[in-house]
Every structure is written in C-alpha cells, then in structure tokens.
Design a protein around this ligand. Sequence first.
Ligand SMILES: *Cc1c(COP(=O)(O)O)cnc(C)c1O
Length: 491
Amino acid sequence: MAEPLIFERSVTGRRGWRLPPSDIARDTSSPPVPAEHLRRDPPALPEVAEFDVVRHYTRLSQQNFSVDTNFYPLGSCTMKYNPKLNERVAALPGFAWLHPLQPAEHVQGMLQLMHELEQLLCAITGMGAFTLQPAAGAQGELTGLKIIAAYHRRKRRRRSTILIPDSAHGTNPASAALSGFQVVQLKSGPNGLIDLTELKHKLTGDVAALMLTNPNTLGLFEREIRAICALLHERDALVYMDGANMNALLGIARPGDAGVDVLQLNLHKTFSTPHGGGGPGAGPVGVKASLEGFLPLPRVRQRGARFSWADQGRASVGRVHGFYGNVGMLVRAYAYIRTLGQEGLSRASRVAITNANYLKAKLHGVLSVPFDDPCLHEFVVSLKGLRAHGVSAGDVAKRLLDYGFYAPTVYFPLIVEEALMIEPTETESKQTLDAFVDALQRIVEEARTNPDVVRRAPQRMPVQRLDEVKAAREPNLRWSAPKSLAAHGSQ
Ligand SMILES: *Cc1c(COP(=O)(O)O)cnc(C)c1O
C-alpha cells in the first residue's frame, strides 16, 4: 500500500506535545521581529502526533533497500557494510558540536585528526600530500584537474587536452570539460586495458594529462601503469588517477609508487561512510610532493604539539569548499583506518578481490563474462544473450529486487553491451554470494521460459517501474496544502 504524504495524515488540532501556559508576562513593548516581517498566516505544517511521525518515517525507511538490510552489489560504488562504530565516533560531542568558526586553539583535536588522516592517506597511496576539502569524488577530480592546469600555467605553456579511456566513469570527461580542457578518448585494447599503441598515437604535445582509473571500471588492473606514467612524463604531461576503486589496492599497491602525480580517493566508498542517495561524501586529493604548493587552502599545519590553519600560498588553486569539507566523513574514515590498521586494510582488499573472483567463477556458464582475466574487486557481465528473449539488463536488474537483492550497476561501462557491473565487497559472506548466484540463475531461466515475468518486474515492491527521468525533467517543487490545512492556516 502506498504510504500517504505526512500532510495527508494531518488532523486539525492534533499535536505531538502540549506545553503548559507560560507564567512569564509577554513583553509587547519591543517585538523581537518588526511587524512588517511577520507572516500573516501560520505555516501550513501537518498536524500530527509523535507516533504519526515515527510510524510514517519508519514505514518509508522500510520501503528502501539499504546496505543494512540487503546485499547491494552496485558496481563502482563500493556499497560495503559501514561499521556502526564509525557513526558513534563521528557523533561524539567533541566532533559533532564543533563550529567551523571556532578558533584553532579550541579545535586542536579535530585539527590533529585531519592532519593524521592526511598522513595516513599519504602512507596508503604513496602520495606526498593531501587536501581533505573536496566533498565528493567528482569534486576531487575537478580539484585535481585545476592543479594540473596550474602546473602547466606555471611552466608558461598551453596544454589543452586530457586523454581519457573509453571505459572511464562519466564524471571524468565531465570534470575535464568543466575545467576547460578538450577530452580525447582512448579506445581500450581487446583485453579491456589501455592500449599502449593507441596511447602513443594520441600523446601529442598538447596533452596536459592522462586521466585513468586503476583498477579500471571493468575491475581490471592496468598492468602497464609504470610504462604508461613514464610515457606521459617523457612529455612533461601528468598522470591523474581516479582512485574511487582504491578498495582493491589497500596494502597491495600504491599509486604514488607507480608514478601517479595526482589522485582522488572516495572516502565514502573505500573508507566506509554510508553514501546512498547522494549523502555527504569526501573526495580528498593527493599529489606528489613537488605539486604540494598547488593544493587548496587552508591547510592544517603542525608546529610541535600545536595545530593551526595555514592560508598563505601563492601557487594554490584556492579554496574548493566552504570551511574544511565534510569533516564528519573525515572522522568516519579516520576511525575506520585506525580500527583496521595496516593488516586489516590489506585483508579487506584481499577479501574484496577474492569475493569478486568467486562470484565471477560461479556466474560462468550462467552469463557471459566479456573480459575474463582475473579481476580485482568488481567485474562486468553481459546479458546480450537474453536479447533474443526480449529481456534486457535493466529487466534482470529489476527482477533481482523481487529476489531481495539490490541491483548491480547497469549499462556501465559503456563499452560492454547490456552490462551488469557487480561489486560484492569484502563484507559479504559466502552464503550471500551463493544466494545471489542462485537468484541470477533462476532469473536467466525465467527469461528463457517466461520472459514476461522478468519484463514486468519488480512485482513485489511498493512501486513498479517509475519514469526515471520525469522527476528531473518536470520537478514538482510546489506542494499545495489540502483544503482542510489551508482553511486552518488562515484562521
Ligand atoms: C563513484 C565514482 C566517481 C564519482 O564519485 P562521487 O563521489 O560520486 O562524485 C568517479 N569515478 C569512479 C570510478 C567512481 O566509481
């Protein structure tokens, strides 16, 4: 049954609480708000009791898939279980109640945490310095590209091209274009990796940087990464690495050691912040030591046991976020990294890789696996074979909801037809992975014998197929009060 709006639950006069009448006389001599700024009608708020509110929102939350309720193999997004401990730590009053305008002497603990987090990220990635300001992976990309532009500007030359493989996440070309660069696409080789011949061919004197993802969006490690970096450096062009897939590399490989010059991390993916529905994230940017001067300001500085803000630096690309970024995510990432330690982080990546390869092996024969080398933390299957039955990747994804699984990423990367991109993460058990394989097996069987049931999926969800672009194309930003409320409001 569809849950009505909270406004539709409104009953005139119903209250969640009642205060006793005030025994303090009202001071009418100097009203706190001048009369002309006072509204004439009370706001049309729903009139509901506390339990109406609790039940309404609890019911809505139960209509959702979440990492806390279901397996969520959404490729590229690393929807792993987020330990509740991190939430407890981030909610400690000493962190949660800080105000960004407090003087540095009042917030030494937070500054120390940020400083230590920068150092931990340097140790994990092999980069020389980090900024924690960017609020998402995509904003990290933008920041990194601004740094690359500033690097070439300082050398007093114009470089306007960014090379990007055709398997890249859509944010990569978008960030490059927004930073004023031309994007030139690199066609992937038959093994799904960057093709060195193609790279050499496109590596003109106008190339400012190569923007690559490693492991790439097919879940494959760019084995030639050192040679690739060397090629770019020969022409004094830089290598930007989209580090959103760092979940596969922790304690195993460090991008800085391979020659990467600039990278962003997605703390909300790799270092466990709940990040569904566009919630707050953090996309710190790391650079090699020689590029440190370009990082955004202010930066945290340590002098002896004291921490302060350093806001001077002529080469800096400037501020990229109000105050210091989404600091709540920084606390969670710090708690996660310190809880697991070096051993634990490395084990997390190894288990993520094992889980993905286990799933891939089990799905062999059920679905087609176009790039079949051993994968890292995720892999891509193609459902092209189901086209003959009139069933698409999108249909299979919707049908998985009926079986209690959130759908994998569909139709991405663009170089695989009818793609399903599956990322099981390290936090899932063998039983869950087996149950997922079982569900996919059944759905493929249904597609052959009873394709309609797949095409009409989901059938067991509160809503069926929504018009996915209507909300974006025709946003309804006006809610009109039901008559009963409007009448009450003007009393
Ligand atoms: C998630 C992701 C991004 C974008 O990160 P946001 O935090 O969503 O902006 C970029 N590249 C890759 C490979 C990703 O998986």
